[in-house]
Write a protein of this length. Structure first.
Length: 176
């Protein structure tokens, strides 16, 4: 699996060509933050309206598929609920990543863009997030390429860690 990075900027997301954009959200954090907040803005508040009406809650293990076109360049928008932010843990992260990869497998996608659960709100440090991500991703060989949404500072921390895994044969990283 090739791992790329992209900052959470709409103009950068617009340039990506991928099957699915996968984002996670907490049930008790409003307004949405990070990439989910940007995507909600680009979709003219569609995610906020889904939350207001109860059609989307952000509770674990909720998973929702939303059509993002024509406002985003992805075929599918996958939303994964994380539950209450105070209850977030490494186990929550791992469960959400497993759920995300299983959904991507069932959709038969080979490339995806995703935000790592809990990263937008700082609930999990970047080093722990990438370690768990690589371990879980290694068990899911159906993804050829994953682009992770991370700020530039975190990319600097994460790229060497991804390189370490690549040298062991776990991944094939690239950087955008």
């Amino acid at each position: 699996m090739r791992i790329n990075f992209v900052p959470a900027e709409l103009r950068r997301l617009d340039l990506l060509r991928s099957d699915v954009l996968a984002l996670s959200l907490f049930e008790d954090e409003r307004p949405l933050r990070g990439a989910a907040g940007l995507v909600d803005w680009r979709l003219c508040g569609r995610l906020s309206r889904l939350l207001e009406t109860g059609r989307l809650r952000g509770s674990a293990p909720e998973i929702t598929l939303v059509p993002p076109r024509p406002r985003l360049p992805f075929d599918k928008l996958l939303l994964v609920g994380l539950g209450r932010s105070a209850d977030f843990s490494a186990a929550t992260f791992a469960a959400a990543m497993e759920q995300t990869f299983e959904a991507l497998r069932s959709m038969r996608t080979h490339s995806s863009v995703m935000s790592l659960p809990g990263r937008a709100t700082g609930r999990i440090p970047p080093e722990q997030a990438i370690q768990l991500f690589v371990e879980i991703a290694a068990a899911h060989d159906h993804q050829d390429e994953v682009t992770l949404i991370e700020d530039l500072e975190s990319q600097k921390l994460l790229a060497p860690l991804v390189d370490q895994h690549r040298k062991r044969g776990d991944t094939h990283p690239a950087r955008s």
